[in-house]
Design a binder for this molecule. Structure first.
Ligand SMILES: Nc1ncnc2c1ncn2[C@@H]1O[C@H](COP(=O)(O)OP(=O)(O)OP(=O)(O)O)[C@@H](O)[C@H]1O
Ligand SMILES: [Mg+2]
Length: 369
């Protein structure tokens, strides 16, 4: 008691607590003393006539417990603030999109009217800025929607080969103009399957990865998009032993030779994955499918690899040279996680990058094609 009084120059409420206890009250209080937190319980001791004759005091050092509780509270409020931020962004982006669509629509109509050369030049700048802003707003909207847990996945039946072909066809002009060799590779066991999942969101991840590959690969380089099923063991390695899987993928980054030189129909590769797909269908379990987008572009330094998937992160000099906002990969990560999958990268600076994502996909045993 004396010590408590000495240290703080006050009695940390002890006198008051004892007084209340001697008046017959049960008292509990935390006392902060020399960097430790003590939980003190005071119980009145009574004689057979019910008169208080003393007090029993029980003390516990609860420093660690209280620190954990405070941490949990500050974590909770940090999560709350982050969600409020997402919600604000989501509302704002939505509000901005409406007038922006008006500007873009009107500038399209204006482009069809008679203009002199200067006016046409200015209008092109308005249109380019408008569409850039729209992409940015859509990305922010997507990001905040996923972040605030508002994105609902849709389920639709689709075929992976068709998805791959239609995604690649979106970029055919860009592949040509940069003279990029492109190969689409699909495991033979996936070609005829009907998958039930959110086709649009899977396509969105692929589009982000492929447009990065195009953006960061100099002219005449090559890009390959590969889709293969994974065995349970491979999924385990991918999720639990990232380094070992990274070594495997790194070997692929080095060794794979690009065979086909246009995006046309995918090259079908043989494998013995048929059994694992049959087993998945029989037990109504999802098949884990690995998507790989590999390029021979500028690559990524080891120290930035981990941060690529954070929102607004761009490697040094990237924004100045290539534009963009640094949201693409963070959206891909959020989407992969939402679909209970995973995403990662293996890269070597100056040689190229291999981005992968893996998703557990439900197979529809009844073909709809
Ligand atoms: N294939 C790649 N090769 C080399 N660097 C890459 C590749 N893909 C991504 N990066 C690096 O990761 C950063 C983040 O990519 P992300 O797709 O999130 O953003 P961005 O492409 O810069 O902009 P946005 O996608 O929002 O238009 C890029 O700025 C770039 O530094
Ligand atoms: Mg991008």
């Amino acid at each position: 008691m004396e010590e408590f009084i000495d240290v703080k120059g006050e009695d940390c409420g002890l006198r008051e607590s004892i007084k209340r206890t001697l008046n017959g009250e049960n008292v509990s209080a935390d006392v902060d003393y020399r960097g430790h937190i003590f939980s003190i319980h005071y119980h009145p001791l009574k004689n057979e006539r019910g008169e208080v004759t003393g007090a029993a005091v029980v003390t516990n050092d609860v420093t660690i417990q209280r620190q954990a509780e405070r941490l949990a509270v500050s974590e909770q409020s940090a999560i709350k603030v982050a969600h409020m931020k997402s919600e604000f962004l989501s509302t704002m982006s939505h509000e901005i999109r409406t007038p922006l669509n008006g500007i873009i629509g009107m500038s399209e109509l204006l482009a069809e009217t008679k203009m002199d050369e200067d006016q046409a030049k200015y209008l092109t700048i308005i249109q380019n800025s408008g569409s850039h802003l729209l992409t940015l707003i859509n990305d922010i909207l997507d990001y905040s929607k996923i972040d605030s847990g508002k994105l609902v996945l849709e389920k639709r039946d689709f075929n992976i080969v068709a998805l791959l072909e239609s995604t690649a066809s979106l970029f055919s002009q860009k592949f040509l103009s940069k003279d990029l060799k492109v190969s689409l590779i699909v495991d033979q066991n996936l070609t005829d399957l009907t998958i039930t999942a959110d086709e649009g969101r899977i396509t969105q991840i692929l589009i982000n990865l492929v447009s990065n590959a195009i953006k960061f690969t100099p002219a005449s380089g090559s890009i390959s998009i590969r889709v293969v099923p994974l065995s349970k063991k491979e999924v385990y390695i991918l999720r639990e032993d990232k380094n070992s899987m990274k070594r495997r993928l790194a070997a692929q980054l080095k060794n794979e030779i690009v065979l086909s030189e246009n995006a046309g129909a995918p090259r079908v590769i043989e494998s013995d994955a048929g059994l694992l797909i049959e087993e998945a269908i029989a037990s109504n379990e999802p098949v884990h499918v690995l998507f790989i987008v590999k390029d021979t572009g500028i690559g990524i330094s080891k120290d930035t690899e981990e941060r690529l998937f954070s929102p607004f992160f761009q490697a040094l000099g990237t924004n100045r040279k290539f534009g963009g906002t640094g949201l693409g990969l963070s959206i891909c990560k959020k989407l992969s996680e939402l679909m209970k999958g995973d995403i990662g990268v293996v890269s070597k600076e100056g040689e190229g990058s291999l981005f992968w994502f893996e998703l557990p996909l439900q197979i529809n045993p009844v073909s709809v094609t």
